[in-house]
Write a new protein. Structure first.
Length: 138
């Protein structure tokens, strides 16, 4: 399942060339991931009560078209589960005309906040927290 959310580019997010600053793509991606978790029924309070927190281990952005002031962009979020302590999140940034502006691929995990180590089986932990696990691809 692929979750998506719309974001409107704001003037203060632009760089000197008049397009979205590279760091802002990461912020858009973070926002979409948190909204995806919310749509799945995962609350921050419930997550914190387990003693775990999500961590980003790697992010790679590939740019295709620029985003400019006032553009509406759809940011998707699709979790990909495998085995081990990590998972992938694939995100696309699409303009209103459907054109692909950027792709963000990330690797994440769940951190034990006491031991400061990645937890085993993150998909099982997310599934247990989510009221609608299908939103997370579970």
């Amino acid at each position: 399942m692929t979750f998506s959310i719309r974001v409107t580019v704001r003037g203060y997010e632009l760089d000197t060339q008049g397009h979205v600053n590279g760091a802002v793509y990461h912020q858009y991606g973070d926002h979409a991931r948190w909204e995806c978790l919310r749509a799945a029924g995962v609350s921050i309070d419930d997550l914190k009560s387990t003693g775990a927190g999500p961590v980003t281990l790697e992010n790679t952005i590939r740019y295709h078209r620029e985003l400019r002031d006032g553009d509406e962009v759809e940011v998707t979020c699709a979790f990909e589960w495998g085995t081990g302590k990590t998972y992938r999140i694939r995100q696309e940034f699409r303009l209103a005309d459907g054109g692909l502006a950027a792709e963000l691929t990330g690797v994440g995990g769940l951190l034990d906040l006491q031991a400061r180590r990645l937890l085993d089986d993150p998909q099982d932990r997310w599934r247990a927290l989510a009221h609608t696990p299908a939103v997370l691809g579970l």
